[in-house]
Design a binder for this molecule. Structure first.
Ligand SMILES: C[S@@+](CC[C@H](N)C(=O)[O-])C[C@H]1O[C@@H](n2cnc3c(N)ncnc32)[C@H](O)[C@@H]1O
Length: 485
């Protein structure tokens, strides 16, 4: 693996190297599983072109080209099952994909990406996913503060474990799929992770970590909600009914976490007909602060189409029957839709703060710093009495901008909106008094002093204004517009 890493590095086969080689059009086309623009850009025979054709565009190269790009390694990689040779040609049997974190070039081995150039999307039941958009979403959600012990539950090719290894003393990576664990080991070696730092364990869900606790759990579990009547694709189907896999992880979190530890889950959940998704999820949460964000809702038909396409069933003779069976099952289960989103849990012994919300809008990525800031805001305002809040000296977050709207030429704006430029990018309509209050929050004056000064300016009763506006002040703190020192 070190020799392979050196060859990939020497060739310039890095995320940036490949992006530059392909150019924007071919790179974007490849993200849509189209290879032709990329093939047209990689005809020169240089090592980076050869590696790109071999592993990303899944095109055989000549033996001489392969030998030049991977000196002395071709036979060994064939023995390991990463390449295969025929007379004069070498082809990839696995995907080796350049990947970049903030400060490191990484490579991730996984099964070959199915469905290039419109080919059937068919994969085996033990297929190991590469870097999917879900994997990237979770990586961007995961807090990156240094921790002692981290858990990647359902590690797949180990991409989350590689991230976690950069800021955790010890990572436990579990999976039920042996091939996935083999790839995680391979990826740890390929990326020079300290031997033993990623402890790879085979087993179902919590079974391999029974009795152990962690400071951070990052998991992208097999969350697809299906009738489980067809062949199980282990990378997405848990074999458990409905959204039980997510419920089980949420319910188990307090026993798996050290005090103050976080569990971050990328998930799908059921939206019950005539019920409330947030009430359902709230019922699963104990002994944890929780921030749950529903990013998207899909109706049953859209959901079924998405996952039948993912399994390569669309266009086959079985499509209509399976579509109908799945929809029928949704109907019988009383499932009105499926929510996609993030579940962030932090173990606490104090009275927990729960926030469950829909936020389908664009957010800054990585979003992890906002999750951490939310945790800090919860700590700062936990159990805060009105008297303590009045004595606090909040500061307006530096990225917050004011937008005013109104008729052209009007003396005063009809609407004032505060908008965060970063993080969740929330916006909040404010009246004149609260806009003045937010603008004055520079950490010098207390809430009481600022509201009293505004009451004087507006010629209203200070006590009445304080009483009226205090909930709005709390709201601005909870939504991250104001920070308590
Ligand atoms: C959606 S993939 C996530 C892979 C990777 N962590 C990522 O972020 O891309 C879910 C993973 O969970 C694994 N898995 C499925 N059933 C499992 C079980 N019962 N226990 C542990 N892992 C399981 C699958 O093999 C797969 O690797």
């Amino acid at each position: 693996m070190p020799a392979l890493r050196e060859a990939l590095d020497q060739a310039g086969y890095t995320y940036d190297g490949v992006a530059e080689l392909l150019g924007e059009t071919a790179h974007t086309a490849l993200s849509r599983n189209e290879t032709v623009p990329g093939l047209r850009r990689t005809r020169g025979g240089s090592p980076v072109e050869t590696l790109t054709r071999l592993f990303l565009l899944q095109t055989p190269v000549t033996g001489a080209e392969a030998e030049q790009a991977l000196p002395g390694l071709v036979d060994r990689l064939c023995n390991e099952g990463l390449l295969e040779q025929s007379i004069g040609e070498v082809a990839a049997r696995m995907d080796i994909r350049p990947y970049a974190t903030d400060d490191q070039d990484l490579w991730v081995v996984s099964d070959l990406t199915p469905g290039l150039d419109g080919a059937p999307n068919k994969v085996g039941s033990d297929h190991v996913l590469g870097i999917s958009s879900a994997a990237t979403s979770l990586a961007q959600l995961t807090l990156r503060e240094p921790v002692g012990r981290a858990l990647d539950l359902g590690t797949g090719c180990g991409v989350q474990a590689l991230h976690l290894a950069q800021h955790s003393q010890q990572v436990v990576a579990t999976d039920i799929n042996r091939r996935a664990l083999w790839m995680t080991e391979l990826n740890a070696q390929l990326n020079g992770v300290r031997p033993g730092q990623i402890d790879v364990r085979e087993g179902s869900f919590f079974e391999p970590v029974r009795g152990e606790t962690f400071d951070l759990i990052a998991t992208n579990p097999p969350f697809v909600i299906s009738p489980a009547t067809d062949e199980r694709l282990v990378y997405r189907d848990s074999g458990l009914p409905g959204d039980r896999v997510v419920e089980d992880i949420v319910r188990a979190a307090p026993t798996l976490l050290n005090p103050g530890g976080w569990c971050q889950i990328l998930a799908n959940w059921v939206i019950p007909a005539g019920g409330d998704w947030a009430d359902r999820l709230e019922g699963w949460i104990t002994d944890c602060d929780a921030w749950v964000v529903q990013r998207e809702v899909i109706d049953p038909a859209g959901y079924v189409e998405l996952w039948l396409k993912d399994a390569g069933v669309q266009g086959t003779a079985d499509y209509v029957r399976r579509y109908d069976t799945w929809l029928e099952w949704f109907e019988k289960q009383g499932i009105a839709g499926v929510g996609f989103g993030w579940i962030n849990l932090r173990r606490t012994d104090a009275t927990a703060t729960l926030r469950l919300e829909e936020w389908p809008y664009d957010v800054e990525q990585p979003i992890a710093p906002s999750i951490g800031a939310w945790g800090e805001a919860v700590d700062a305002s936990r159990g805060l009495t009105d008297t303590e809040l009045l004595a606090a000296r909040p500061v307006l977050r530096p990225d917050v901008q004011q937008e005013t709207f109104g008729a052209p030429g009007a003396e005063d704006p009809a609407t004032v909106v505060l908008r965060q430029q970063r993080g969740m990018r929330r916006a909040q309509d404010l009246d004149t008094a609260m806009a003045a209050f937010a603008g004055a929050c520079d950490g010098e004056l207390t809430v009481q002093q600022t509201l009293t000064a505004i009451a004087t300016l507006l010629e209203v009763d200070p006590a009445a204004l304080v009483a009226e506006k205090l909930p709005a002040v709390s709201g601005l703190i909870a939504d991250g517009f104001l920070e308590l020192g």
